[in-house]
Write a protein that binds this ligand. Structure first.
Ligand code: NDP
Length: 476
């Protein structure tokens, strides 16, 4: 055997990851269920490094040095199980199996257990950055044993993106930790995109500016605090003209957003963990709403468009308000995402370092942004931060943006432009900072109809009012 590592599953992601590994001087064994993808990789890119191609799984395994490390990069779900079933009987104790697909972290927990019983190490590795990232440097979130990371770490850190000389790859924690944080990363990506979309919608419809003009606004924003891959890409997409019609590209694209499921998983997990990720949830629901074409058609026929678009006296101020709203809501969405990671880590005993994640998300991945450096700094200064929102830099951003954020939500609401992520983030902010919440009334109702009891502000304990009786209060 000559290969340092093996990779099976050579669709777009696996093919590019294999090329990346080979380009960094590691000899890589490659395999794919249908042989054609393997042979075409060798034909097209065999000169980029040392590839060892195999048609059969057995030859593939035999070509890898022991203890072996084998990366699986196939369709998440049943396909991954099928490959694990075919691969593992051919392996020896101490070998490492890496699932680099977008697995649900609970599948990773299950697979880790099963493989551990057979003396194998199982690693759930989250890879972000799409096709381009896989080839030129992704952000990599590794979940698995220390031992597995000792073997895998050097290669993974070698092929990851680099920011200020630091690789965008880390050992996140054991078993499902890597796939869990990759999932939340994708959820945050949903929120980021929804916020950008709302900013665009508000600017376009309230100021009546064309997409190409708005591209300039986003380009300018990309020079400041909002500097990020997605804002830069927004300018690019808005500036693009459809060749067939000569119209702005964004006007010829069907307005039903699709999803592969990681946003939904994030929200489902957040519900299980009891973490209010309102930004991510609204972003996920907004995609669902956009896809409900029949309901939208029916509603359009019954409820005409509102024409109550507010006039804007100072356009530059309004643009600045939208920027502030976008930034403030982004702070909230990220704070919520990091809360989910902290809570997930606590409940699963993973000991995830949020600061390390901010560090490795600065490059390679879709949510890469200057902003993440601020998050890294915040956790560096205070590793046990209760919420990012109260940390000095972010609290200032929220305070500075607050007035504009409110004006934008009001203007959008008046104009009938949906801003679920802007508005829900603002409500979350308001909920956190208020002295008293109407949850007290909810507790009263619950005690009244279901004797669910309540606490009091002035005394310890749990109480119940005899609603149907003399309305006296008893200790519960
Ligand atoms: P796909 O998700 O489209 O999966 C195609 C690959 O899976 C092919 O190699 C295919 O083999 C293999 N496969 C499917 N079913 C089986 C099976 N039953 N047994 C063996 N092999 C099977 O490929 P992508 O490259 O897009 O993604 C790979 C993984 O990476 C996925 O888990 C995806 O979620 C994840 N990912 C993708 C990103 C992206 O931007 N695309 C970004 C980050 C992660 P064959 O050629 O024989 O059909």
């Amino acid at each position: 055997p000559t290969a340092d590592i093996g990779l099976t599953g050579l669709a777009v992601m696996g093919r590019n990851l294999a090329r990346n590994i080979a380009r960094h001087g590691h000899t890589i064994a490659v395999h794919n269920r249908s042989t054609e993808k393997m042979t075409s990789l060798l034909e097209d890119h065999g000169d980029e490094g040392d590839f060892v191609g195999s048609e059969s799984m057995a030859d593939f395994v035999a070509s890898i040095k022991q203890p072996r490390a084998v990366i699986i990069m196939v369709k998440a779900g049943e396909a991954t199980d099928a490959v694990i079933d075919e691969l593992t009987p051919l392996l020896d104790e101490g070998d490492i199996v890496v699932d680099a697909g977008n697995a649900h972290f609970e599948d990773t927990l299950r697979r880790q257990q099963a493989l551990e019983e057979r003396g194998l190490h199982f690693v759930g590795m989250g890879v972000s950055g799409g096709e381009e990232g896989a080839l030129n440097g992704p952000s990599i979130m590794v979940g698995g044993s220390e031992h597995a990371y000792e073997t895998l770490g050097p290669i993974v850190e070698d092929i990851a993106a680099l920011v200020d000389g630091t690789p965008c790859a880390t050992h996140v924690g054991p078993d499902g930790a890597g796939h869990f944080v990759k999932m939340v990363h994708n959820g945050i990506e949903y929120a980021d995109m929804q916020l950008i979309a709302e900013a665009y919608d508000v600017l376009r419809n309230i100021l009546g500016r064309e997409p190409a003009e708005l591209a300039d606004v986003f380009r300018e924003w990309n020079e400041g605090d909002l500097d990020s891959f997605l804002i830069e890409m927004t300018a690019d997409v808005l500036a693009h003209t459809d060749a067939a019609t000569g119209r702005p590209f964004v006007d010829v694209v069907a307005d039903a957003a699709e999803q592969k499921g990681t946003g939904r998983w994030t929200v489902q997990s957040a519900l299980d963990l009891g973490v209010p990720v309102t930004g991510i949830a609204e972003a996920t629901f907004a995609r669902s709403v956009s896809g409900h074409v029949e309901q939208r058609e029916a509603a359009r026929a019954v409820f005409s468009q509102t024409s109550d678009t507010p006039g804007v006296e100072d356009e530059e101020q309004f643009v600045e308000d939208v920027r502030a709203a976008l930034y403030a809501a982004k702070v909230v969405a990220y704070a919520q995402g990091f809360d989910q990671i902290t809570e997930g880590s606590n409940q699963h005993g993973w000991d995830v370092s949020p600061g390390d994640l901010a560090t490795i998300w600065r490059g390679g991945c879709i949510i890469r942004a200057k902003f993440l450096d601020r998050i890294r700094e915040a956790y560096e200064a205070e590793p046990d931060l209760t919420t990012l929102m109260t940390q000095e830099y972010f609290s200032k951003a929220l305070r500075d943006g607050e007035a504009g954020w409110r004006r934008v939500v009001v203007a959008a609401t008046q104009a009938g432009i949906p801003v679920p992520a802007f508005a829900s983030s603002l409500s979350y902010f308001d909920a956190l900072r208020r002295d008293r919440l109407p949850a007290a009334l909810i507790q009263g109702l619950r005690d009244n109809f279901g004797a669910h009891t309540y606490g009091r502000v002035d005394r310890e304990g749990s109480f119940h009012t005899l609603w149907a009786g003399d309305r006296s209060e008893v200790d519960a």
